[in-house]
Design a binder for this molecule. Structure first.
Ligand code: C6P
Length: 412
């Protein structure tokens, strides 16, 4: 039997050195950035790739015969190929650039949504981000379809048997988060997809919190759609990806009209462009995919297995240390959870936790994290949430724990 190849551990201090924004003080303390689930900071390589594009290659794409336009088109389409490889899609035509995960879900809800009718069912889970709830509610309002919600248990894990009970031939779409932003739960997306396909439902996976933490292969998952946002994976904001299986994207009508999504236009009839351009109306975020491709290069140079191992270590270390502070309760304890440490403190509103730790230079997010149903499920208004990325260190976790101890002292 051959042993699995060892993962080359990453050196977080070296990784940190590549992120310019981290090298500053906040209120007289070194910045400790633990709000990565909201957005990640950018490596110099990504900032340079975007700046170089504007210094050297900027022009509108798919339109000009001049050299700059061709260079910009090549860079933009090259980035599409880079994303295809990263996500394991079969062809570039299956990669649609969108503004982010939110827009990707809205695209599917609006376009695939045209085939949904009264009495059809959309199945989501209790741990979804509002981005994976509201577009489906809007669809249900428009069509008379029904939104069904699979419950989670007290650890924040999906209850698979209950999920399965909600599946039927009425289920047209299953839309499920890959990794929960407020609990850290990682869903068994392959199994979910298999079960959903067994009743003929289409499957959309919201990967906004997954793609900077673990290797994703959409064909291995088997899903029909997968969405993610570049800004959560060290890339620019305002750009994201919708992966869709070609056969489905071919059938789906465009959801926005404009330049670049057409082949011919007359007042009588418009013929749509081929995939993926049919879904990219208007001048797109030109530099976004270039920055995203640079971010993918950066992630792959570190290695997603090494990133996952490093973040698991931070999560274990942080969970142990925070749990020792009297009054702290960790929210989200599902086995196999990843990179998110949500917690509450007895008698302290999470916003006060956030404000006090900020005085110590520690950036965390507090609130409902756009997952109000999760807060309702746990009977709390909000949590404080530390979320890790490849460049965080055990020293960052120590700084968080020191700052939370201060909160405990202030409210003692
Ligand atoms: N979660 C957080 O602090 P956009 O805004 O389109 O890039 O991503 C939306 C989104 C969708 N799904 C999940 C699981 C998410 O976590 C997010 C964004 C951020 O947790 C901002 S609310």
């Amino acid at each position: 039997m051959t042993a699995a190849p060892a993962v080359k551990p990453l050196d977080p201090t070296k990784v940190r050195a590549e992120i310019p924004i981290l090298h500053q003080e906040i209120r007289g303390n070194p910045l400790v950035y633990l709000d990565n689930a909201a957005t990640t900071q950018k490596p110099a390589a990504v900032i340079d790739a975007v700046a170089d594009f504007y210094r050297r290659d900027n022009a509108n794409i798919h339109r000009g015969v001049h050299t700059l336009s061709q260079r910009a088109t090549d860079a933009y389409e090259g980035a599409r190929g880079r994303v295809r490889g990263f996500l394991g899609a079969a062809e570039d035509a299956e990669i649609v650039f969108v503004r982010g995960a939110t827009e990707g879900i809205n695209l599917v809800a609006n376009s695939l949504g045209r085939s949904i009718g009264a009495g059809d069912e959309i199945l989501i889970s209790w741990m979804e981000h509002h981005s994976n709830i509201v577009p489906w509610q809007l669809l249900c309002e428009r069509t008379g379809a029904v939104l069904k919600v699979a419950p989670i248990d007290d650890t924040g894990a999906l209850i698979l048997e209950e999920f399965e009970k909600l599946l039927s031939e009425r289920t047209k779409v299953v839309a499920m988060v890959h990794q929960s932003n407020s609990l850290g739960t990682v869903n068994p997306v392959r199994e979910i997809t298999e079960r959903a396909h067994a009743v003929g439902a289409k499957v959309l996976i919201d990967g906004a919190q997954a793609t900077s933490h673990r290797a994703v292969d959409v064909r291995e998952i088997g899903c029909d759609f997968y969405v993610t946002s570049a800004h959560k994976m060290f890339g620019p904001s305002g750009i994201g990806v919708l992966y869709g299986r070609r056969a489905l994207l071919e059938e789906m009508p465009p959801w926005q009209g404009g330049g670049d999504m057409i082949l011919t236009v007359t007042f009588e009839k418009t013929e749509y462009n081929e995939l993926p351009h049919k879904f990219e109306a208007g001048t797109p975020h030109l530099s976004g995919p270039i920055g995203l491709a640079a971010a993918i290069d950066w992630i792959e140079a570190l290695g997603l297995d090494a990133i996952a191992a490093h973040e698991d270590d931070l999560l274990r270390y942080g969970t142990e240390a925070l749990s020792e502070i009297p009054g702290v309760t960790i929210v989200g304890t599902a086995p196999g959870k990843s990179s998110v440490l949500s917690f509450t403190m007895d008698g302290v509103h999470p916003h006060d936790i956030g404000t006090i730790v900020d005085q110590e230079g520690v950036a965390i997010r507090t609130g409902h994290h756009c997952t109000q149903p999760v807060m309702d499920r746990f009977g709390i208004p909000a949590t404080a949430r530390a979320s890790f990325a490849a460049y965080n260190t055990r020293e960052d976790v120590d700084a968080l724990v020191r700052a939370v101890r201060k909160v405990a002292e202030v409210f003692a």
